[in-house]
Design a protein. Structure first.
Length: 182
């Protein structure tokens, strides 16, 4: 939460494989996991918090001593009525712009695929995500799995065959300034 001057709300973390991310729509709506380890904050809370005003998204990735990040200047999650669709734009960073592929897509889980595109991506790639035939990033995939493209993946950084050991997704108000808050 102290990255780049702080002010972040972390809503997703993968670090040890202790939490199962192959979950139901209800689980992803309400959130699950352990806040001090691996968790998903919950899509309903994510929608409420990102609707309060403009927010930015930061994704931190780590594999051994290798790290990368993606920052998006605009980030929102729509309501459940709109299947918690993601809106993300304004990329900068070192990880590559894998999230752009998912912009505008609804959230999907193993038991709910709002806008199917031929394959049930959440079932095929074992996670809950904003799939689009199917992904360029799948940070809620199977932890530690390097086969069948089912791992924790950010294609523009490590490709499809490398499951990333550490991921963290977080947001903060777009107008946040280190000088006024630090």
């Amino acid at each position: 939460m102290e990255t780049e001057g702080g002010g972040w709300t972390v809503f997703q973390r993968r670090m040890n494989g202790k939490a199962d991310f192959y979950r139901t729509w209800s689980d992803y709506t309400n959130g699950f996991g352990n806040l001090s380890e691996e968790f998903w904050l919950g899509n309903e809370l994510l929608h409420n918090l990102t609707s309060m005003g403009p927010v930015t998204l930061r994704v931190d990735l780590g594999s051994g001593n290798d790290t990368a990040y993606a920052h998006y200047s605009s980030f929102t999650i729509d309501s459940e009525a709109k299947h918690y669709a993601i809106e993300v734009s304004g990329y900068t960073g070192t990880a590559g712009d894998s999230m752009r592929y998912h912009n505008g897509r609804p959230f999907s889980t193993r038991d709910k695929e709002p806008h199917p595109l031929g394959i049930h991506c959440a079932r095929a790639y074992m996670g809950g995500w904003w799939y689009k035939n199917c992904y360029k990033t799948n940070l809620n995939g199977l932890y530690g799995t390097n086969s069948n493209n089912q791992g924790v993946v950010w294609i523009d950084w490590k490709g499809k065959d490398s499951s990333i050991p550490f991921t963290e997704m977080k947001f903060r108000p777009a107008g946040f300034s280190v000088t006024t808050h630090g």
